[in-house]
Ligand binder design. Structure first.
Ligand code: NDP
Length: 524
């Protein structure tokens, strides 16, 4: 059964995966649509809770063998996978594009580029981040003992992913979990399951043992079932679903790491390089058609540079081509992947206009057989409007004039979200000072989103944008339990001084010892 469920869609001549015929009696299957054309490109199984339970049993059985590969053995597989991704980049990109409708460049840069880097990074760093730590302690009672903080894989990890980056955000989180020695079951979004199936097949080719990584295709119920069987859940998606995932994990007392929604602000200070700021605002709001958790979703510009900034952004956004991607260089802005998202984008624009905003560019659904929205610039916006306070997740850029930096910071922080932010100023010290005032998991000065590519840095949200983080030491240690080990040498005394029988002399001696150690007020 596993081989049928996990078969990779074969590539057609156009590079689009051929429709999969996988009729399971109990699962009628989920059609996968190309959002740029409206065509159904494949059908995948809608896995039931019983099927997920079977997968979990297989994953658990496979895990000890994978752990026994050790860091070096696992790194060999991951490095082969890194090469496999590069060798098969064309097929991966066309699979990603076929299920997301994104442009070639958005798939190439933010998905292939990420995966290439991530496979190499975790192959190299897993052993460093998870090596036994020899601990030095101020506790004198354990003098002479060997003290170790040990990391060991939790066992079976569940990864649930969104539809906007099927490789980076769904599959990407599996890589450190595998590098740590766990088995993984990935539940990709029902909208974009094909990339995960393809990558799982690739990893098998690279020597990953059978059932160490399995793909549970399905809808929300499949994701909910997965949480019931794993030792830890890594979730990326909306804040709304994230709360449900956290509740389910809490009931089982398993750890959950949550990467959720965002409403990233960009602050343009009066001394900013306006041309650079305008280029970054244009690119990082429209890239991936605005469907990135760390897209620039709102901009605050100080009064002296507001007009120049708006005029530059308007000019640049007006030049963007939107529509069906036909390969490299064909359009800048691709499709809206998830059907309900288009309604949200339209609603946010209509709400803003109704409350007094002006549309300088775009503002409408774009024509085509698929789902598209025109790159849109909005001005005269404020915080009564959804476009400034709720996640739009589309190619829209609302720009608001502010009196000064203090007002910009206050408005940037006036949000339930806190994923990323960016600050533009020629005075980098001032820029950094402002960045530190923003309540967000990441803040870039004179840049945006770039922190995501630095795998040594934690990437995670503040406030309602998440709990925990990916990348860095925390991004792999979360897939492990910690074990404290204390080893007493062979030549130790037969018993410790504080043991029975209690005697007044030793009790007084211990009291004196504590007083000497902690009662001298030296530190104060
Ligand atoms: P959703 O929350 O709708 O879905 C995420 C995943 O959860 C999907 O695989 C979905 O399955 C599954 N799911 C749905 N219901 C349940 C449930 N009850 N239990 C378990 N799993 C469930 O998010 P989207 O797919 O719409 O993704 C867009 C969101 O993701 C945006 O808010 C974006 O900001 C956020 N995101 C955050 C990132 C970050 O790093 N912080 C990165 C990328 C995106 P199905 O699709 O089949 O319904």
């Amino acid at each position: 059964m596993a081989t049928v469920e996990q078969r990779v869609p074969e590539s057609t001549e156009s590079g689009v995966p051929a429709a999969q015929e996988q009729p399971l009696a109990q699962s009628p299957g989920i059609p996968v649509e190309n959002p740029a054309t409206g065509e159904i490109v494949a059908t995948v199984p809608d896995m039931s809770p019983a099927e997920v339970a079977e997968m979990a049993a297989r994953g658990r059985a496979a895990q000890p063998g994978w752990e026994a590969h050790g860091f070096e053995g696992r790194a060999r597989v991951l490095l082969r996978a890194q090469k496999w991704v590069m060798d098969n980049a064309e097929q991966i990109v066309s699979t990603i594009c076929s299920e997301t409708g994104k442009t070639f460049e958005d798939a190439e840069l933010a998905e292939i580029g990420y995966a290439g880097n991530a496979f190499g990074f975790w192959a190299k760093e897993a052993g460093n981040y998870l090596a036994d730590e020899r601990v030095k302690t101020s506790q004198k009672l354990v003098l002479g003992k060997k003290i170790i903080n040990r990391f060991r894989p939790l066992g079976l990890i569940g990864v649930i992913g969104p539809w906007n980056y099927p490789l980076t955000n769904s599959f990407g989180d599996c890589i450190p979990a595998l590098a740590a020695g766990n088995s993984v079951i990935l539940k990709p979004s029902e909208v974009t399951p094909l990339t995960s199936l393809l990558l799982a097949e690739g990893l098998l080719e690279c020597g990953l043992p059978e059932n160490v990584l399995q793909i549970a295709t399905g809808r929300g119920e499949t994701g909910a079932a997965l949480i019931e069987h794993v030792d830890m859940i890594m979730f990326t998606g909306s804040t709304r679903t994230g709360r449900k995932v956290a509740e389910a994990a809490a009931r089982r007392l398993i750890p959950a790491s949550l990467e959720l929604g965002g409403k990233d602000p960009m602050l343009v200070l009066a001394d900013a390089d306006v041309e650079r700021a305008a280029n970054f605002a244009t690119y990082y709001s429209m890239q991936n058609a605005g469907q990135t958790c760390i897209s620039i979703e709102r901009v605050y510009v100080e009064e002296p540079v507001y007009d120049a900034f708006v005029s530059k952004v308007t000019e640049k956004v007006r030049e963007l081509r939107v529509g069906k991607p036909e390969g490299p260089g064909s359009v800048e802005v691709g499709a809206i992947t998830f059907p309900p998202q288009l309604d949200i984008i339209k609603d946010h624009v209509a709400d803003a206009v109704q409350k007094g905003a002006r549309v300088l560019v775009g503002g409408n659904e774009a024509p085509g057989a698929g789902r598209f929205f025109e790159p849109t610039v909005l001005v005269d916006v404020d915080h009564t409007m959804k476009c400034m306070t709720e996640e739009t997740f589309g190619p829209t850029l609302p720009i608001m004039k502010v009196r000064d930096t203090e007002e910009a910071v206050r408005l940037a922080n006036d949000s339930p979200y806190g994923l990323g932010a960016s600050v533009f100023s020629r005075d980098t010290a001032r820029g950094e000072e402002v960045a530190r005032q923003i309540e967000a998991g990441a803040a870039n000065v004179n840049d945006a989103m770039i922190n995501y590519t630095v795998l040594e840095l934690p990437m995670g949200g503040a406030k309602a944008s998440g709990l925990g983080s990916r990348h860095g030491a925390g991004g792999i240690r979360k897939y492990c339990s910690q074990q404290a080990i204390v080893v007493t040498p062979r030549m130790a005394m037969k018993k410790e001084v504080f043991m029975y029988p209690y005697k007044s002399r030793t009790s007084k001696m211990l009291a004196g010892f504590f007083k000497f150690m902690y009662g001298r007020g030296k530190r104060a």
